[in-house]
Write a protein that binds this ligand. Structure first.
Ligand code: NAD
Ligand code: ZN
Ligand code: ZN
Length: 340
C-alpha cells in the first residue's frame, strides 16, 4: 500500500510503498477512500508544537474508508462498513476525564496521524471503539472534513454555550471556519466571519455570514465592538495577532475560544479588561465520539455543506504549500478511492 510519510520533521513527505498493516486485538484495518488535509497535519510534519511526533509517521486524522479486516475481539463493526478515524484514536475509558464525558482530555489518549500512523495512506489501522460509523448518505469525501474540522468547531461552539441571537465571531474561514460558520447559524447565532483572502471572504458571504470582516483592512476588534461585541469568538486562524484582535472584540461576559495552534503561540491577556469585562479565554480540543455522531447526523439531514477540493495523495507536498499560501477553497481531501 502507498502512504505519505513524514521521514524527518520539516522535510517534504515521501510517498512510500509499505506492507498492509495487520490489525491487533480491538483494531480494524481500513481501506481508505478519502483523507482530509487538516492544518494540524502541517504542524505535525513541521514539528511546530512543544510535544513533537516521532518520524517516521503517516499524518492524517480525517481518514474515511471501508473496514477490510477485523482484529481479535471486534464484534460491533462489519467488513465493508464505512468508518471515520478522528484525531482521538484511543482513550483509556477509565480516567476521570473519560468517565465524565471528556475523553478528549484523557491523559493516555493516542492521536491519529501523530502518535500512530494516520489516514494519508491507502490503508490504515484504527481502534474499533473509536472508529466512527459514517451514516448512509454521507460520501467519504464529505465525511473526511467533518471528522476533524466539523467536530472541532461544533464542539467549540458547545464549549462557548452559544445561544440564538448571539453574535459569534469566526476568525479564519478555512477548513475549520467554513463549518464553524454553518454550526453557528444552525445554533441561531448571528455570525461575523473574518479572514484575509478575498476568496475566503466571498465564501463566508456565500455561506450566510451576517457580517464579513477583512482583517487586512479593518480593525477586527473595533468592527465587532461597533456591533455590540461578540458573545463568543472562535480563534481558528493560525496567527497570534488574530487571537488578540478577537479578544478585544468580545462584549462584556464574552468568551474567546482558542482552537488554532500557531507554532510557539502566546497571547497577552490584559488583566484589567478581562476582570472588568468578565470575559473568558477557553481552550477547546476536537470533540468526543458523541459530538462526531451529531456532526454526521446534521450532515445526513442536509444541514451542512462541505466545501472541498479533491486531489491525489501524490500531491501532498504541493497541497501543504497551497494551504499555507491560502490558495485552497476550504479543505483539500485526498481521493484514494479513485486512485485505487
Ligand atoms: P486553514 O489553513 O484551512 O484555515 C485557516 C484560515 O485562517 C484560512 O482561511 C486563512 O486565510 C485564515 N487566516 C490566516 N490569517 C488570518 C488572520 N490574521 N485573520 C483571520 N483569518 C486568517 O486551517 P484549519 O485546518 O482550519 O486549521 C486551523 C487551525 O486549527 C490550525 O492551527 C490547526 O492545527 C488547528 N486545529 C485545532 C484543533 C483543535 O482541536 N483545537 C483541531 C483541528 C485544527
Ligand atoms: Zn484536524
Ligand atoms: Zn481516559
Amino acid at each position: 500500500m502507498k502512504a505519505a510519510v513524514v521521514r524527518a520533521l520539516g522535510e517534504p513527505l515521501v510517498i512510500e510503498e509499505r506492507p498492509d498493516p495487520e490489525p491487533g486485538p480491538g483494531q480494524v484495518r481500513i481501506r481508505v477512500e478519502a483523507s482530509g488535509l487538516c492544518h494540524t497535519d502541517i504542524h505535525a510534519a513541521h514539528g511546530d508544537w512543544p510535544v513533537r511526533p516521532s518520524p517516521p509517521f503517516v499524518p492524517g486524522h480525517e481518514g474515511v474508508g471501508l473496514v477490510e479486516e477485523l482484529g481479535e475481539g471486534v464484534t460491533h463493526l462489519a467488513v465493508g462498513q464505512r468508518v471515520a478515524v478522528p484525531w482521538l484514536g484511543w482513550a483509556c475509558g477509565r480516567c476521570e476525564h473519560c468517565l465524565s464525558g471528556w475523553e478528549t482530555l484523557c491523559e493516555q489518549q493516542i492521536n491519529t496521524g501523530y502518535d500512530c500512523d494516520g489516514g494519508h495512506a491507502e490503508k490504515m489501522l484504527a481502534w474499533a471503539d473509536f472508529a466512527q460509523p459514517v451514516p448512509q448518505g454521507i460520501t467519504a469525501l464529505d465525511a473526511a472534513p467533518l471528522t476533524c474540522a466539523g467536530v472541532t468547531t461544533y464542539k467549540a461552539l458547545k464549549v462557548a454555550g452559544v445561544r440564538p441571537a448571539q453574535l459569534v465571531a469566526i476568525s479564519g474561514v478555512g477548513g475549520l471556519g467554513h463549518l464553524a460558520l454553518q454550526y453557528a447559524r444552525i445554533a441561531g447565532a448571528r455570525v461575523a466571519a473574518i479572514d484575509v483572502t478575498d476568496e475566503k471572504l466571498r465564501l463566508a458571504a456565500e455561506l450566510g455570514a451576517d457580517l464579513v470582516i477583512d482583517a487586512r483592512k479593518e480593525d477586527v476588534g473595533e468592527v465587532l465592538k461597533r456591533h455590540g461585541g461578540a458573545h463568543a469568538a472562535l480563534a481558528l486562524a493560525v496567527n497570534e495577532a488574530a487571537f488578540s484582535a478577537l479578544n478585544s472584540g468580545l462584549r462584556r461576559g464574552g468568551k474567546l475560544v482558542m482552537v488554532a495552534l500557531p507554532a510557539h503561540g502566546t497571547m497577552p491577556v490584559p488583566i484589567f479588561d478581562t476582570v472588568l469585562n468578565g470575559t473568558s479565554v477557553i481552550g477547546s480540543i476536537v470533540g468526543t465520539r458523541q459530538d462526531l455522531a451529531e456532526v454526521f447526523q446534521l450532515h445526513a439531514a442536509g444541514r451542512t455543506r462541505v466545501i472541498r477540493e479533491t486531489r491525489p495523495l501524490a500531491s501532498v507536498n504541493e497541497s501543504i504549500e497551497d494551504v499555507l499560501g491560502g490558495r485552497v477553497r476550504a479543505r483539500i481531501v485526498f481521493d484514494l478511492a479513485t486512485e485505487g
